[in-house]
Ligand binder design. Structure first.
Ligand SMILES: [Zn+2]
Length: 150
């Protein structure tokens, strides 16, 4: 059993970097079964002109490329915001073992809200889900970002 270490601080720093790039501040980290960080990313939808370039997708892509595999069994994903339905589906497809997330997202979320992707009968892999990690910090980043845009 690997001792529990939170990687939300790194996910938050990725989110802050995203805000500096003018992107919605969401950050994600993938750790391997030994608890080592194998990928970290923040949103890059504007920079890449790509609506799928969410932090989770970019981190999963980088981790899969590093491993040379389309699946990440035993790997964990850490993200500052509740994943949207697209990212939840990617998390399931990648066979992520555990999902840790910060702020909940009643508007766009697809785990505890909306589509609740992991609850579908058609969802063939459900990660263990732990929410509310560093939630106030994650939420404050988003709130400040959107306040500045108004
Ligand atoms: Zn997403």
């Amino acid at each position: 059993m690997v001792p529990f270490t939170t990687h939300m601080a790194l996910a938050l720093s990725q989110a802050r970097d995203a805000a500096l790039r003018g992107e919605v501040p969401v950050g994600a980290v993938v750790t391997d079964p030994q608890g080592r960080v194998v990928a970290a990313a923040g949103n890059r939808t504007r920079e890449l002109s790509d609506p799928t370039a969410h932090a989770e997708i970019l981190a999963i892509r980088a981790a899969c490329a590093a491993l040379g595999s389309e699946r990440l069994p035993g790997h964990d994903l850490w993200v500052t915001l509740e994943p949207c339905p697209m990212c939840a589906a990617a998390i399931s497809a990648a066979r992520i073992a555990r999902l840790y997330y910060g702020a909940s997202d009643p508007r766009m979320g697809g785990v505890a809200h909306g589509a609740q992707v992991f609850r579908h009968a058609q969802c063939h892999h459900r990660p263990e889900v732990y929410d509310g990690l560093a939630a106030p910090e994650s939420r404050d980043l988003l709130r400040r970002f959107f306040a500045q845009r108004r």
